[in-house]
Ligand binder design. Structure first.
Ligand SMILES: Cc1cc2nc3c(=O)[nH]c(=O)nc-3n(C[C@H](O)[C@H](O)[C@H](O)COP(=O)(O)OP(=O)(O)OC[C@H]3O[C@@H](n4cnc5c(N)ncnc54)[C@H](O)[C@@H]3O)c2cc1C
Length: 575
């Protein structure tokens, strides 16, 4: 038996949940009915960071808004990034001053509105004899970077001499080392930032559903008037009507455009970026470190992530299955070569790779047919009125959304009920992304700290589940801080409706254990089954879908320990 907030009788939290409809699996069902019954001002297709931010901005302006996502929130590129909120120092090499300025402003805005989710991260950029750029050039670039951040970043950059670098990051190669520049950017949990943004849109009244695909656009009198949808959990077909439809589907963008027009010219060229997850203590302590690949001189990053570190990324053309990109053996060899070169004493090798993941960059085609090397976004409107947004970065999602919703508002503005029409307010706050200092003092242990970082003030709900039912206080996987209570919280408050949603994005179990946690998949699926009414065959299906995702994280092992990826034969290095 579950109450109206979705809590089972035996696990009701001590305090009542926040007012309003929970962002739950039950609400998802209600939202499906609303999608079929209402006409919206705006229908957003795609629940990555871009679509979620557009839905949030529009709902905050008083528009009747809906969003559909064919997988889970952030199941596309937004859950497979380097997790940085950064000004993009490397774009200075291409004189992209406007792009860097915008990104620095957005970095500041995100730190202000979402301090729990966007945290400062110090970077170290070591320089070596006979390596480009020359130290004076790097320092000039970083002074410009500070200036484009209006000198309001955490700290201005500093130059560390060789011995200071050795003290702070002893694993960094010392031979030929001249010193290092130290500067700040910021770090986020990309999947959680996307989820929090979608949840905020919901709080402002948007109708949000995951696992619903747009399979066709509805066109009336030459204009797009909605989309035909399919619920991927039960094959239900729905027609959703809206005055404006926005295509925020990232690398799938051309597929949606093709639904609205006959053979539109492709606007996208996806490239793949792979990351390795390794144990942090072997390579770095406090800093993210920037270093060059010895193969082609590209920048590679080592980014601390709790007990782990991410090494990435690659940048290769991609023509494989958009739904299942994976690191292949070449990607792993490339990144291990670069890491070995930069951290020679760490002797990092294949056995150190805990897991991998890969995402696809939705690179937009520039006018004239060449592809943009930078991550600038473009907003295009087709003859039938479909608005498509492509490219951009996690960092600039709020600004991108503001620009898209300004356009939408031009089209729906006069018909929005008087008094509800407002300007963009997304710079003010992001609900659920604040830090809670008072709680931070009360909750001292490692698990509590993990819960606080992940859920903010909602950590108390997760703890309440765990306190009232001891089996929910167990860890999902030994050695990682995630609790079984988070599975229940995910279903009732974060619209988690598949095992992949929980183990890949509400938690990162899949990336943080060598086994991907498959040995616990069935226990987690059973717990979800008790809330979502899955039968035995559904549990089996969920476990098998998850096992397939785990196989993708290990696919690079190929003949040495796993299947090769579908794109092994089609990847080639970008010029
Ligand atoms: C390897 C890599 C590292 C990166 N690192 C950074 C970084 O550190 N910092 C940064 O600022 N940026 C980074 N980026 C860029 C950033 O991740 C992307 O720009 C951003 O995530 C794109 O978000 P999106 O919402 O546009 O696309 P996506 O996240 O891909 O979202 C599109 C969504 O549309 C859904 N969809 C597709 N078709 C349909 C349909 N028919 N019906 C319904 N839904 C549909 C998909 O399932 C998907 O979830 C990185 C990118 C890559 C590839």
């Amino acid at each position: 038996m579950v109450d109206r907030f979705g809590h089972a009788a035996d696990e009701k939290p001590a305090k009542p949940p926040p007012p309003g409809r929970p962002f739950s699996a039950t609400t998802r069902q209600e939202n499906l009915d609303r999608l079929a019954g209402d006409t919206f001002d705006l229908l957003v297709i795609g629940g990555g960071i871009t679509g979620a931010a557009i839905a949030r901005d529009a709902a905050m302006r008083g528009m009747r808004t809906a969003l559909v996502e064919k997988g889970d929130f952030a199941s596309g590129t937004s859950g497979r990034s380097s997790r940085l909120i950064h000004g993009g120092i490397r774009y200075l090499e291409y004189y992209q001053f406007k792009l860097v300025f915008e990104a620095c402003c957005e970095r500041r805005a995100m730190r202000r509105v979402a301090p729990r989710l966007v945290r400062p991260l110090p970077f170290l950029y070591p320089l070596y004899r006979q390596q480009k750029p020359a130290p004076w050039k790097l320092r000039l670039g970083l002074t410009l970077y500070d200036a484009l951040g209006l000198f309001r970043n955490v700290q201005r950059h500093r130059w560390l001499d060789r011995s200071e670098v050795g003290k702070r990051e002893p694993a960094v190669a010392q031979r030929g080392l001249l010193g290092a520049a130290r500067f700040y950017d910021a770090q986020t949990d990309d999947a959680r930032l996307t989820l929090t943004t979608a949840k905020s849109a919901h709080l402002h009244g948007a109708i949000i559903v995951n696992h619903v695909s747009a399979v066709d656009l509805m066109v009336g009198e030459g204009r797009v008037v909605g989309a035909c949808l399919v619920d991927r959990l039960d094959d239900r077909e729905i027609e959703a009507r809206a005055r404006v439809v926005v295509n925020a589907t990232g690398v799938w963008g051309d597929k949606i455009r093709a639904m609205g027009e006959t053979s539109p010219e492709a606007m996208l060229r996806p490239t793949k970026g792979a990351h390795l997850v390794v144990q942090r203590e072997k390579l770095c302590s406090d800093h993210a470190v920037v270093f060059d690949s010895p193969r082609d001189g590209r920048h590679v990053f080592l980014i601390p992530w709790g007990e782990f570190a991410l090494v990435g990324t690659t940048d290769t053309d991609f023509a494989g299955d958009l739904d299942n990109p994976a690191a292949n053996a070449d990607d792993v060899a490339y990144l291990l070569d670069a890491a070995s070169y930069a951290f020679p004493n760490a002797q990092i090798g294949r056995p150190d790779v805990i897991s991998t993941f890969a995402g696809l960059r939705p690179l937009a085609k520039a006018p004239g047919g060449t592809y943009r090397i930078s991550r600038e976004h473009i907003i295009a409107e087709s003859g039938s009125g479909l608005i498509t947004i492509l490219g951009g970065k996690l960092t600039t999602h709020r600004l991108m959304a503001e620009q898209v919703v300004d356009r939408v508002q031009e089209r729906v503005g006069p018909d929005v009920p008087p008094g509800t029409e407002r300007g963009c307010r997304t710079q003010e706050t992001l609900e659920g992304a604040q830090t809670w200092r008072s709680l931070a003092c009360t909750l001292g242990g490692t698990i509590e700290q993990h819960l606080l970082r992940t859920y903010g003030s909602d950590a108390v709900w997760v703890l309440a589940y765990a306190e009232e039912n001891p089996t929910l206080a167990e860890r999902i996987v030994p050695g990682l801080p995630y609790l079984m209570a988070e599975v229940v919280y995910g279903v009732h408050h974060e619209m988690a409706v598949t095992l992949n949603d929980v183990l890949m994005r509400r938690t990162h179990v899949i990336y943080e254990t060598r086994s991907g946690g498959v040995e616990r998949a069935r226990a987690v699926a059973r717990l979800m089954a008790s809330r979502l009414e899955w039968d035995a065959s559904e549990i089996n299906r969920q476990v098998s879908d998850y096992t397939a995702q785990v196989a993708l994280t290990q696919a690079w092992r190929g003949a040495h320990g796993g299947p090769r990826t579908k794109d092994d034969d089609v990847d080639r290095a970008l010029p």
